[in-house]
Design a protein around this ligand. Structure first.
Ligand SMILES: Cc1cc2nc3c(=O)[nH]c(=O)nc-3n(C[C@H](O)[C@H](O)[C@H](O)COP(=O)(O)O)c2cc1C
Length: 473
């Protein structure tokens, strides 16, 4: 039976050395989690010894605390009536944006994806903008994704009848009206309070697939309920908890809610060091992130103990297709195929994990050079290769597909499209921009179907000169 704890007792635990908070009537000891909190230690400490439900709900989904913290961190239930008053106002948590939605340009004046980014920079709070736009450390990997795409040029074919273009493809057995899906991103609340439910329904309206994150701002149930029909596929991104019973419960829950595939994130066993996040925290009088490997191992979302052998266990707890998100070398692409997963995402977490990790496009070129069989029509029936990071143009999609990717993921632009209270209309306009660019570029390159996009339509030789000659197969 839960122990009842008086408010006066909770109030004593208000320091870095002993930090308790009340969330939805339960008292949690979050002392060991402080350094790992992505929003910074300071934010939790502001709520220490108090009722933190409002702060927590402003950013996180209701189930997260129970899923992420070990059960023993729940020290009891608050005595009914105690600490009823709420803690921080929403602005203290999300920060104030520098521009109001009213001063933002009308949606119809935005012409390309880059325009959304400019609006987002003005509308998001300093913390929100840093969290969304930053990469790890020197942001070399963040910038490199675009640099490599721009090193690849197109070789259009002429005199083909391109009057009617079809952009539709099959992703893991599901039809998608575009060869792209919405990549999972945490803390959607900075952009819009209903970020994930909007993306879920926009994906349905546009006939594309949304991959929801392990830790969205809204509940998993709400995101599944926001689908336009029960048949609408939704993918689930999994940070596989080191506590297998928790990981199993989560996977089986989303499977029962209707998830169509599990994408296990494998590029972030620990948190990458994002210095811009730290600078915002320091400017607000908080401490920079202290979370090192040891802290990440202790508790929380990430699991530094995840290894290849765990895939056998995961396959045993779900019937859903499993895809590894965050493969960064041809060696690991081969291993993933040997381990019988249904696909891989070539990704370096949008440049947010290991800085100077090579661009996902270089990994694709590495696969083309050393293990081209992984991209063959026969293999792709049971093993699809996806790619994300820096996809901003229809021509980027063409380059990725011509070189063998089955589809691409788009992350940050969808967050930006929700800002300035554009919400659903913003996200739909973004999809329409990409659709128009892709259709136009396919016509101009001489491809009427996605399957017409072939390697010879791309000159990737300048990028290929950067492919590693030192792989170990
Ligand atoms: C703000 C933000 C949060 C993210 N959160 C997650 C996450 O929770 N899980 C995950 O697997 N990837 C996460 N990612 C990585 C994206 O899924 C994706 O790999 C990356 O954003 C693609 O690059 P792009 O933003 O340039 O399109 C996040 C990326 C951003 C920008």
């Amino acid at each position: 039976m839960a122990i009842t704890i008086e408010g006066s007792e909770v109030a004593k635990h208000c320091t870095r050395d002993s930090c308790w908070v009340v969330i939805h009537g339960k008292v949690w000891d979050v002392t060991n989690f402080l350094d790992e909190h992505p929003g910074g230690v300071g934010l939790i400490l502001k709520c220490a010894g108090r009722n933190a439900t409002n702060s927590y709900e402003t950013v996180h989904n209701p189930e997260l605390v129970g899923e992420m913290l070990p059960a023993e961190c729940c020290v009891g239930a608050i005595k009914p009536g105690d600490l009823a008053e709420q803690d921080l106002a929403n602005e203290d948590i999300l920060g104030n944006g520098q521009a109001t939605a009213a001063s933002s340009p009308p949606l119809t004046s935005l012409i390309n994806i880059g325009d959304f980014e400019k609006v987002a920079e003005k509308c998001l709070s300093a913390a929100g903008w840093a969290y969304y736009s930053s990469g790890a450390e020197g942001e070399i990997s963040l910038d490199d994704t675009r640099r490599i795409f721009n090193k690849i040029s197109l070789r259009p074919r002429i005199m083909r009848n391109v009057e009617s273009i079809s952009t539709s493809i099959n992703i893991l057995g599901h039809t998608s009206s575009l060869p792209l899906y919405i990549s999972p991103t945490g803390l959607g609340r900075y952009a819009h309070k209903e970020a994930e439910t909007i993306l879920s329904s926009v994906a349905g309206d546009e006939g594309i697939i949304y991959m929801m994150p392990t830790s969205p701002s809204q509940s998993h149930d709400a995101i599944f309920s926001a689908r336009i029909s029960k048949d609408q596929p939704l993918f689930f991104q999994l940070y596989s908890s080191r506590d297998r019973s928790k990981a199993k419960a989560l996977v089986q829950k989303v499977e029962s809610l209707g998830a169509s595939a599990i994408f296990v994130t494998v590029d972030s066993p620990v948190l990458g060091r994002r210095e811009r996040d730290d600078r915002v925290k320091v400017a607000a009088g908080e401490q920079a992130t202290q979370a090192g490997v040891a802290k990440s191992s202790a508790t929380g979302l990430l699991n530094p103990t995840l290894i290849w052998e765990d895939l056998k266990w995961l396959k045993g707890v779900t019937r859903l297709p499993i895809v590894l998100k965050g493969v960064q070398t041809v060696e690991d692409a081969i291993l993933a195929h040997r381990h019988g997963v249904q696909g891989i995402v070539l990704s370096n977490h949008g440049g947010r994990s290991l800085d100077t990790a090579q661009a996902p496009m270089l990994t694709l070129l590495e696969i083309r050079k050393y293990a081209p069989y992984l991209l063959s029509p026969t293999i792709r029936q049971g093993f699809q290769v996806f790619i994300d990071g820096g996809i901003r143009r229809g021509t980027d999609i063409i380059k990725a597909l011509a070189l063998g990717a089955s589809a691409v993921g788009v992350g940050r632009p969808f967050l930006y499209s929700l800002t300035a209270e554009y919400g659903k209309a913003g996200a739909r306009r973004l999809v329409q921009m990409l659709r128009t660019e892709l259709e136009t570029s396919m016509a101009l390159i001489g491809a009427v179907e996605v399957t017409d996009l072939a390697p010879e339509m791309v000159n990737s030789e300048r990028a290929e000169s950067e492919v590693s000659r030192r792989v170990k197969l």
